[in-house]
Design a protein around this ligand. Structure first.
Ligand code: M6R
Length: 359
């Protein structure tokens, strides 16, 4: 049940420290990645990776896909519903990774079946043991987030992103010519602290009062670059899904190529700082600010974006690979509290289902 919480979504947001501890449990050994079902060498024949996913899982796949590319492995991240028109050719050296919480999303199953028919090797990254995706794929890795009841995906996003980050390091070790990130030991060490950092965000977040202050706006924009872009897209999806307010996520650098025309004093811009390549996020946030938009920075206290912002949602300073996941928790809380203040049916938003089994 929901226990002490008003909604499953809030419960699931708050259980992320436990979910993440379960996700990483036993998967880091001697400074390296340990996957029960995928021992070292599993991907020695892999040459490139295609991720296929929908919605929130697509955003987690974007996060993971970037880490795979940073490891020197060719990777594309594709919307499952667009697989036919966007996927490059595959063969037995292509690993197609279906990222799906439920393991039952029709668009994702269809994409991965098409890839398998064409000879690709398949891997399911899912929360549900025995799901269709897990049964049909050549291999499966479980994100171990525990059951998610709220239609809005929260803890499964965090656990998916972390599982994919770990997968990126297995690929880095296995794929010829790939290489682990230079500071892998530090990155994995910081991962072990991630549940505690999420706990800090949950305990100190000021998202509830910020939601109240900004709620009377026309539109809500979310921007970020690099890993921050996927967090911005996810922030906007969650916000529109449960508040029914107009929200959009953009790559920060794209703002000036069109969306800036929408920016006014009535459109707060939430700018995600990831500790990575955030310069563009800062310059484009300043552009929006000079058109009157209030800027909310989400990131560590000493981040340059915070200096220029009108408001700030703070996250602990950690390895830059994980900062975006902490920013995402702040954005989950922002959406939740905004929807709560609007009295929306948070766990069952109109027109949506937890698992989308039609194409
Ligand atoms: O079960 P899946 O991860 O395959 O579901 C994919 C999307 O339908 C899902 O993430 C959806 O976008 C969420 N309701 C967003 O909160």
């Amino acid at each position: 049940g929901k226990g002490e919480y008003d909604h499953y979504m809030l419960k699931e947001i708050n259980t992320q420290p436990t979910a993440l501890s379960n996700t990483i449990e036993g998967r880091i050994e001697d400074g390296d990645v340990a996957f029960e079902s995928l021992p070292p060498g599993t991907f020695a024949d892999v040459d490139s990776v295609q991720f296929v996913a929908c919605g929130t899982s697509y955003h987690a796949a974007m996060y993971g896909g970037q880490l795979v590319r940073e490891a020197g492995v060719r990777a594309e991240v594709l919307r499952a519903s667009e697989y036919e028109s966007t996927a490059g050719p595959v063969d037995e050296t292509t690993l197609v990774v279906a990222v799906t919480q439920s393991g039952e999303t029709a668009d994702t199953l269809d994409a991965v079946r098409k890839a398998a028919d064409r000879g690709a090797r398949t891997l399911a990254v899912t929360n549900v043991v025995g799901s269709t995706a897990a049964r049909e794929a050549d291999d499966a890795v479980y994100i171990r987030a525990g059951p998610e009841v709220g239609v809005a995906a929260t803890k499964t996003y965090s656990s998916q992103a972390v599982t994919l980050a770990l997968l990126s390091q297995r690929l880095a070790g296995d794929v010829p010519d790939a290489a682990p990130v230079a500071d892998r030991a530090a990155m994995l060490e910081a991962l072990e602290d991630l549940p505690q950092h999420v706990e800090t965000v949950l305990e100190t977040s000021t998202a509830e009062s910020l939601a109240e202050e900004t709620l009377d706006s026309e539109s809500f924009f979310f921007i970020g670059n690099g890993r921050g872009r996927s967090v911005a897209l996810e922030g906007a999806l969650k916000f529109k899904e449960i508040t029914y307010e107009h929200a959009e996520g953009f790559a920060a650098g794209e703002l000036k190529h069109g969306p800036l025309a929408l920016v006014t004093e009535a459109t707060p811009v939430f700018a995600v700082a990831t500790g990575g390549a955030d310069d563009k996020t800062k310059t484009n946030a300043i552009e929006a600010q000079s058109r009157g938009a209030p800027i909310v920075a989400i990131g560590p206290d000493d981040h340059p974006l915070v200096d220029i912002a009108d408001a700030h949602l703070s996250v602990p300073d950690t390895h830059p690979v994980w900062t975006g996941l902490l920013a995402n928790v702040q954005l989950q809380l922002l959406s939740y509290h905004a929807a709560d203040q609007l009295d929306r049916p948070i766990d069952k938003p109109r027109n949506l289902a937890k698992s989308v089994t039609v194409e």
